[in-house]
Write a new protein. Structure first.
Length: 124
């Protein structure tokens, strides 16, 4: 084989390998991006499932009363004192404590209006 033909053949093989490597890198980049996206979606779904399992709804929804008592009733006496509650329930404690005994029962919390959260707009 003539030397100049051999040069062109080797040069074209190198070019093909470089093109193949570029295609491979693009495919790997897309695969990694896809895996990252699926991981984010999966984490969001799992987080939503955990909130539902714990009784906490999506942001802005009230947690279940059972869940409130599990988390806040530290002395397990079946009622919540002002020292045990936190967040919007603590801010509205006196409004929710209908019988003014210094404790919140499950019935009082069921009757309580939904608290206004920071940044929540008034409905028209």
């Amino acid at each position: 084989m003539e030397p100049h033909l051999n040069f062109y053949r080797n040069h074209s093989q190198k070019a093909i390998k470089q093109i193949d490597m570029k295609n491979y890198m693009k495919k790997m980049g897309l695969a990694i991006a896809g895996i990252a996206l699926l991981s984010l979606i999966n984490a969001d779904v799992l987080s939503a499932q955990d909130r539902q399992k714990d009784g906490d709804g999506p942001k802005g929804e009230r947690p279940s009363i059972e869940n409130l008592f599990k988390k806040m009733d530290t002395n397990k006496d079946g009622k919540l004192s002002k020292a045990e509650v936190k967040g919007p329930l603590k801010e509205d404690f006196d409004k929710v404590d209908l019988n003014e005994d210094g404790y919140l029962s499950k019935e009082e919390i069921e009757k309580a209006p939904k608290p206004k959260r920071k940044g929540q707009r008034k409905s028209k």
